[in-house]
Design a protein around this ligand. Structure first.
Ligand code: PEP
Ligand code: MN
Length: 359
């Protein structure tokens, strides 16, 4: 099926919503959740994972092709087209012959050009809409390359899904959003509508609204939200799935500040300001990491009984950093004051580590 989201966003209304379980678990489960979802908040597409690319081999890896008719029938029952993830040509053939309406590529597939090409070859000649999740690593060109492979195969109804990027143990996100990457994709391929997947970015129910709101504020076209009738008992991604009732609440809480890009045109200043806010967030996150390292150095100095201030070392740091001012197009005065402020804060952290009672 061709969604033609590029031209039909008005028909679907923003946000274009994709809801449904992480995984299709049984015929009854997918039918029941499809019915509950459609009673609460009619989505544009019903999702359900059939083949699940799991990190560990002992996790649930999906029911496989047997679940395709369950998903398709559930969609027919409630009148919502269905979508599932495909990772190779066999999946494509099985999904298409079962009547799946829209296909998506998961993050672990987008990362592999061989797999993307195999899928593009298998889809060639059809009119189907393909949604491509970002690769697991923050590599814009790998994402762009996947779209180009489909375009070369004559598939032009393409949608991007932003699901965040893998990191080791992040305190807030399962997959860090790195919003600058989807924003860069909007610039690189403005014709491709962007959908955000707060479920896989947040990894937890209580983080969904913030991520979804942010995506709406960045003018994303839609949302993909994992929905399950009994999330705690879900066979995959239990912590991040929500009930259809919670989905309705979330959708009602969203503030839609702007009409679609197509209607209003991109407000250049707004976009630049958002990029600036993103970069500031990154700067602060980096500062936080830097202070963590300073505290580790503090631990070491305390153990070895070394003073906090190492004047010779600090002089060298200043010299090396200031030498880059010209290349960075930043004034020496500015760089110097930033370095001094960072140094002061770093000393404060180390002081705390070395003399726990002191401020
Ligand atoms: C999913 O949507 O259930 C999934 C496996 O997503 P991702 O490819 O983003 O990890
Ligand atoms: Mn999932």
């Amino acid at each position: 099926m061709k969604l033609d989201l590029q031209n039909n966003l008005k028909k679907y209304r923003r946000p274009f919503l994709i809801a449904g379980p992480c995984s299709v678990e049984s015929e009854d489960q997918v039918m029941a959740v499809a019915k509950s979802i459609s009673e609460q908040h009619q989505p544009a597409l019903l999702r359900g994972g059939i083949w699940k690319p799991r990190t560990r081999p002992d996790s649930f890896e999906g029911v496989g092709a047997i679940g395709l008719p369950w998903l398709v029938n559930a969609g027919k029952e409630v009148g919502i087209p269905v979508t599932t993830e495909v990772a190779n040509a066999k999946h494509v053939e099985a999904a298409l012959s079962a009547g799946v309406d829209v296909l998506w590529l998961g993050a672990r597939t987008t990362v592999n050009p061989f797999a993307v090409q195999e899928i593009a070859d298998a889809i060639q000649g059809t009119e189907i809409t393909v949604m491509v999740k970002n690769p697991i690593n923050p590599d814009l060109m790998l994402w762009v390359g996947a779209f180009e492979r489909f375009q070369k195969a004559g598939i032009n109804d393409l949608v991007a899904i932003h699901r965040g990027f893998s990191v080791y143990k992040h305190p807030k996100y399962r997959n860090v959003p790195n919003w600058e990457i989807p924003i860069a994709l909007m610039e690189e391929m403005p014709e491709i509508p962007l959908i955000c997947d707060p479920s896989h970015i947040s990894g937890r129910r209580d983080g969904l609204l913030n991520v979804a709101q942010k995506a709406m504020d960045l003018n994303f076209a839609g949302l993909m939200i994992e929905t399950h009738n009994n999330p705690d008992k879900a066979w995959s991604d239990a912590q991040q799935q929500i009930t259809p009732e919670q989905l309705k609440l979330l959708m009602n809480q969203l503030i839609l500040r702007k009409a679609s890009i197509q209607e209003e045109g991109i407000d250049f200043i707004e976009l630049q300001r958002k990029k600036i806010a993103e970069i500031d967030d990154q700067l602060f996150e980096l500062m936080k990491q830097r202070m963590q390292i300073a505290r580790e150095v503090g631990d070491y100095k305390r153990e070895k009984n070394i003073t906090i201030l190492q004047t010779e070392h600090w002089k060298k740091v200043i010299e090396q950093r200031l030498a880059k001012a010209e290349e960075l197009e930043l004034s020496i005065d500015f760089l110097r004051s930033v370095l001094d402020a960072i140094h002061q804060e770093s000393i404060r952290h180390q002081t705390k580590v070395m003399n726990p009672g002191m401020r």
